[in-house]
Design a protein. Structure first.
Length: 100
């Protein structure tokens, strides 16, 4: 039995060996793409909220960054996601610093 051109294309795109698996992978990838869009939106929202916090802190005579708060965030992500969570938190903190 030979695969159709469409099945070959789906297999090449997904790495699947059957049309059924390619369908599952395609559907799951669509969901991942939608989740990524939501995550990006949440990160952008977090950046905006962080800018408000930083502006209020600076306006009141404080420093832009609160290191003890950043340590709390690092701990939270680490507890929830393990070592990669710490890296993720560091990236989020970097994205959210100095945007005002």
């Amino acid at each position: 039995m030979t695969a159709t051109a469409a099945e070959k294309s789906a297999a090449e795109k997904t790495g699947a060996r059957t049309a059924e698996a390619a369908d599952v992978i395609t559907g799951a990838r669509e969901r991942i793409d939608a989740l990524d869009d939501r995550i990006i939106g949440l990160i952008q929202e977090r950046m905006a909220v962080s800018a408000v916090v930083q502006e209020a802190r600076i306006t009141s005579g404080g420093r832009r960054v609160n290191l003890s708060r950043e340590m709390e965030i690092l701990g939270h992500y680490s507890e929830a996601l393990g070592k990669p969570g710490t890296s993720l938190a560091m990236t989020l903190l970097e994205l959210c610093r100095g945007r005002i």
